[in-house]
Structure formats: structure tokens, C-alpha cells
Write a protein that binds this ligand. Sequence first.
Ligand code: NAD
Length: 297
Amino acid sequence: MEKAMAAQNIDGKIIAAQIKEKLQAEIAALKAAGTTPHLATILIGSNAGAKVYAESQAKTSQSIGIEHSLVVMADSISQKDLEKKIVELNNDSAICGIMLSMPLPKGFDAGAMQNLIAPAKDVEGVGAANMGAVMQGDFSLAPCTAAAAHACIHSQKLVPVKGAEIVIVGRSAIVGKPLAMMLIWDHATVTMCHTATKDMIAHCKKADILIAAAGKANLVTADYVKPGAIVIDVGINKVNVTGADGQTKSKTVGDVNYESAASVASMITPVPGGVGPVTVAMLLKNTVEAAKKNKKV
Ligand code: NAD
């Protein structure tokens, strides 16, 4: 039997704090030059979860000197109304970044709305222009979650990415695909796994760095992990767990079964406290980058 190792945690809260500290200095310099980074979040309807998330974004932005405006629109608006609002914000010189809270009302074309955001204000990096820029090796407004997973990997200075075998489980447009592209630019050999992949374990077991971004709670167990591999867990899933007291509670877990994978891996991002806090920091970083792009500082 293999001897169980205890993987070292890659602490996303520390990485996020370091990013924010650097940003504070950049924001101070921008303000001294007459530019205040200002993020606008469009929130449609009364989805409680989206509202809590947007409000927490406002707080975090303001805590490092970024101004934040929450643009609340009624559930009953049409796509035309949203288009008008996006164009208005695109033309508002005080706003440098625009975020569109998901989900949009039924029938709205989310991709078209994201593409309508001016590329230099697309701080989530989800529009075609910024996705294309990632293909060209420009990560300045890369999708926040992909950029966060990328930053978690690069936070470990001793981890060689050049030449590494990297496997990503999940090929979504905002995580798996752009992250694969970023890692190819880093000279890694990248394999993408998805729902049609045959024998996923065989692929994953080859990975020096294994990234889970499938949205499936506890999908990746020790069986998927090569001994000594680095495991990056992007997933955020809510599951119900019943405690010793018989009470059922909701718990946040990743796509990786932490205890199982950590017994084989050398390093791992926990959930919560791994990629999640870094994603928030990346949104702020993109907002500061957008402020520079908009003002050509
Ligand atoms: P998505 O549903 O758009 O994409 C999931 C991808 O995983 C798809 O490509 C699908 O083919 C693949 N997949 C699904 N089940 C699979 C399986 N059993 N085997 C192999 N592949 C499978 O999801 P997303 O938006 O990319 O999000 C992925 C996860 O990341 C979710 O848990 C989400 O909550 C989380 N997320 C985290 C952050 C963060 O800040 N950490 C940000 C965004 C999303």
C-alpha cells in the first residue's frame, strides 16, 4: 500500500491578500494621477444569492479603494432595456469596469450581452475580444476564474509549469478553455477532459498538475491523482450533510474529495479558501487594469 501523504494547502486567502496589497498601491498611484477605478455591477431581478454576491463585491472593491455602483434592474426588463444600459455604461467615462450578474432572465442571450460590453471594460474577461486576447497570449483581462487558478499554480514558485503534464477536467468557456490556453502559453502539455472523455481516470493519473472545474461535488478522488501531483480545485458546490446530531446542513465543497485527494497529492487548494478568494481578487485586478486601459495610463 502507498504511504498516505498529507498534501500542503495552497492558501487562496494569502494569495488574494498579496494581490490586493499590490493593487492598493496601484490604485493610490492611479488616484494621484486623477483616475479612480470604478466598477459597475448590473443585477437584474431579485435573486437573493446574486444580490448577496454583488453586495460582497461592492464591499471588497471599496475596501481597497475601488468605487462600486450596483445597477439594479427589474425582473420585468426586456433584453433591449439591458442593451441600452450596457451601452450607457460603455459610454460613461466615470465607469471603467462592467460586470453582468448571472443568471439573466429567461430568453436573454447572455453571450450577446457579454459581447456588448466594451472590451476595455469587460472586467470578467468573458467577451469574445478578451477570450481572443488570451489565445494571443495577452492575459490582461483574462476570465477571472481561469486567471485565479493560473495564479494559484504560479504562487508555488517551485512548481515547474513548463513541460508539465496538466489535465483539466471541464471545458467551459469561462474556466477550462481559457485556462488551458494560458497554460499552453506557459509551455505545459495540456489535456482537457469533459463529459465525453473515455477513461478519465487514466488521463488524470498522468497529471503533474490536475485541475478540477466540472461543477460536480467530490468527483475527483485519490484514484485520479498521481502521487505527488498538485491538485487545483475550482469547483464550488453546495451539498447537504447530516451531522452527528442528525441535523442536515448545507456545506460548500469542491469538485475534489479533499481528504481522499490530499492523501496522495503534494499540494492542493481547499474549498472554501482556495481558488474562490483569488477569483474575487482577480476581478479587482482586472478592474484596475481596465482603469489603466480606459485612461491609457
Ligand atoms: P460549467 O457547467 O459551465 O462547465 C462544466 C464543465 O465540466 C463542462 O465542460 C462539462 O463537460 C464538464 N463536466 C461536467 N461533469 C463532468 C464529469 N462528470 N466528468 C468530466 N467532465 C465533466 O461550469 P463552470 O462555470 O466552468 O464551473 C465549474 C465549477 O467551478 C462549478 O463548480 C462552479 O461553481 C465553479 N466556479 C468556481 C469559481 C471560483 O471562483 N472558484 C468561479 C466560477 C465557477
